[in-house]
Design a protein around this ligand. Structure first.
Ligand code: NAD
Ligand code: TYD
Length: 373
């Protein structure tokens, strides 16, 4: 069972598992909120080892039914409300889905797996979380300094870090936004189910993802779309906040490795070793879109519009994912420049997807298709 499989990261995980593991039956459980879009899975929807179920993870009875009927032994849980700005406007929805929804899944899994003759043997509850639970790091090197360690993917030209410390697996939780507070709470529930009942759980905390099928409310797809349409680019504050970016397929690959080889009750941080200031990324995006559209490079720099900062805006995120590299051999495979090029090309080549999502047409289509189910 993969929850949230119609969303951005979930769709890449579903695609990877359906294609790579014909011996598994993949059940994609998704409520299809504004962020869920079955067009993200068009290429695999007819595969014999794939089933989509429209359901809310908060519906405990439905989760129990599904798990029993499908004899679910592995759960990769991605379903969540995921956008910080929305959480500032509407924290209740975040507590409902991220906290209560996760608890509903945990309790359903426990109930079903308690009835198995061989107990929890061969079962796994894998919860996908974020580095935002750790709070914000200092930005004490605003100009950037060379990174203290490197990886395959980050051995390119840009490899700076903007502070002295990094999020490690034992960094104390200190969430600031309603989104990160809800994810922190769900992480605690997952660990509590291991510590209290012995449920075989794993939690991973990943940095910012980017790539195809990301909803254009997040920085990278929103800005690609706005540059394409020559609309203003709303940069929060001074644009000097730092995020650590990872190409989404590298995250999906990490999830595959950890689901199969990760140690139960262990936490793994997943990151790109790839820190960027927002304003620097925005300039890369402008140059890339302009070049690919045949415009003069940098022609759209004047779209940059500094706006009021996000409330409680975390200054810097930076992941140290050496545990995952040392213990399970995972490293990001793409350099950022390569990933951004692929990503911009994808959005420019998939205008229909972008138009459907930005106009809301995809919602009407799926509402009709699934009404009453
Ligand atoms: P997304 O918003 O693109 O997708 C979320 C999916 O969950 C959607 O398909 C939505 O329909 C579904 N969903 C929401 N509420 C539901 C409910 N109550 N029941 C069933 N389905 C529901 O999110 P994403 O960016 O793909 O993130 C996926 C997971 O990864 C989240 O748990 C998020 O916290 C985590 N994460 C995301 C990032 C990132 O950069 N996007 C980084 C680290 C971790
Ligand atoms: P976002 O994609 O929302 O991810 P997160 O908040 O989870 O890190 O934002 C990435 C960064 O870009 C973050 O520092 C906020 C900033 N940002 C803007 O400056 N303008 C925008 O319109 C958006 C959506 C984000």
């Amino acid at each position: 069972m993969i929850t949230g499989g119609a969303g951005f990261i979930g769709s890449h995980v579903v695609r990877l598992f359906v294609n790579k593991y014909p011996q598994y039956h993949i059940l994609n459980v998704d409520k299809l909120t504004y962020a869920g879009n079955l067009a993200n899975l068009k290429d695999i929807e007819d595969k014999p080892n794939y089933t989509f179920v429209k359901a809310d993870i908060c519906d405990f009875d439905r989760m129990v039914d599904l798990m029993k009927k499908e004899n679910v032994t592995g759960i990769i849980h991605l379903a969540a409300e995921s956008h910080v700005d929305r959480s500032i406007r509407d924290p209740f929805t975040f507590a409902r889905t991220n906290v209560m929804g996760t608890l509903s899944l945990l309790q359903a899994a426990k109930l079903c797996w308690d009835e198995r003759p061989d107990g929890y043997e061969g079962c796994r509850f894998y919860h996908i979380s974020t580095d935002e639970v750790y709070g914000a790091l200092e930005l004490n090197h605003p100009e950037g300094i060379p990174a203290p360690y490197s990886t395959t993917a980050s051995s390119g030209e840009h490899h700076a870090v903007y502070g002295d410390d990094f999020f490690l697996e034992d960094t104390r939780y200190n969430p600031h936004s309603p989104y990160s507070a809800s994810k922190a709470s769900s992480d605690h529930f997952v660990r509590a189910f291991h510590d209290t009942y012995g449920l075989p759980t794993i939690v991973t905390n990943c940095s910012n993802n980017y790539g195809p099928y990301q909803f254009p409310e997040k920085l990278i797809p929103l800005f690609i779309n706005n540059i394409r349409k020559r609309k203003p680019l709303p940069v929060y504050g001074k644009g000097d906040n730092v995020r650590d970016w990872l190409y989404v397929e590298d995250h999906a690959r990490a999830i595959d490795i950890i689901f199969h080889k990760g140690e139960v009750a262990r936490t793994y941080n997943i990151g790109g070793f790839n820190e960027w200031k927002n304003i620097d990324i925005i300039k890369v995006l402008i140059n890339t879109v302009d070049r690919l559209l045949g415009r003069a490079e940098g022609e759209d720099l004047d779209l940059i519009t500094y706006v009021t900062d996000r409330a409680g805006h975390d200054k810097r995120y930076a992941i140290d994912s050496r545990r995952l590299k040392d213990e399970l051999g995972w490293e990001p495979s793409l350099q950022f420049e390569e990933g951004i090029e692929k990503t911009v090309r994808w959005y420019l080549d998939n205008e229909t997807w972008l138009e459907n999502v930005t106009s809301g047409d995809y919602l009407k289509y799926y509402d009709e298709m699934y009404r009453g189910r």
